[in-house]
Design a protein around this ligand. Structure first.
Ligand SMILES: [Zn+2]
Length: 106
C-alpha cells in the first residue's frame, strides 16, 4: 500500500465510496468496476482504487474495482503488485559486473 492510501483525504473519500457500494449491494444492485467496466456483484470482494491520472484522492478520483483477477479484469491487487515491482526494479542498481567475463587458466 502506497503513501497515498495513508492520507486522511483517501481514507475519508474511500469510506464514502465504500458506503455507496454497500448501499447499492444491499439493494441487490451491482456496481461497475472502473478497470474493466464489468459489474461487481454483491458479496464480491472489491477495493477502492485510484482512477488513471489521479493526482490525489479526491472523491472524483476514486472508484470501486475488482479486488482480484476475475475473467477479463486484472484486479486491483495484481495491478498494484505489478506497479510496485516496476517501481522497485527501476530503483534497483545491478551489482553484478556487466563487463567482459573473467576467464581463468586451468
Ligand atoms: Zn474489474
Amino acid at each position: 500500500m502506497s503513501a497515498k492510501h495513508q492520507t486522511a483525504e483517501y481514507r475519508r473519500n474511500a469510506r464514502i465510496v465504500r458506503q455507496r457500494v454497500t448501499s447499492a449491494h444491499r439493494a441487490g444492485r451491482p456496481v461497475s468496476c472502473w478497470r474493466c467496466n464489468r459489474p461487481i456483484q454483491p458479496g464480491q470482494p472489491y477495493d477502492v482504487g485510484h482512477l488513471p491520472g489521479a493526482v490525489g484522492s479526491a472523491l472524483t478520483e476514486l472508484a470501486p474495482e475488482h479486488r482480484h483477477k476475475t475473467g477479463a479484469c486484472v484486479g486491483n491487487r495484481s495491478a498494484g503488485a505489478k506497479l510496485g515491482a516496476a517501481i522497485t526494479n527501476a530503483r534497483h542498481t545491478p551489482t553484478i559486473p556487466t563487463g567482459k567475463a573473467t576467464t581463468w587458466r586451468l
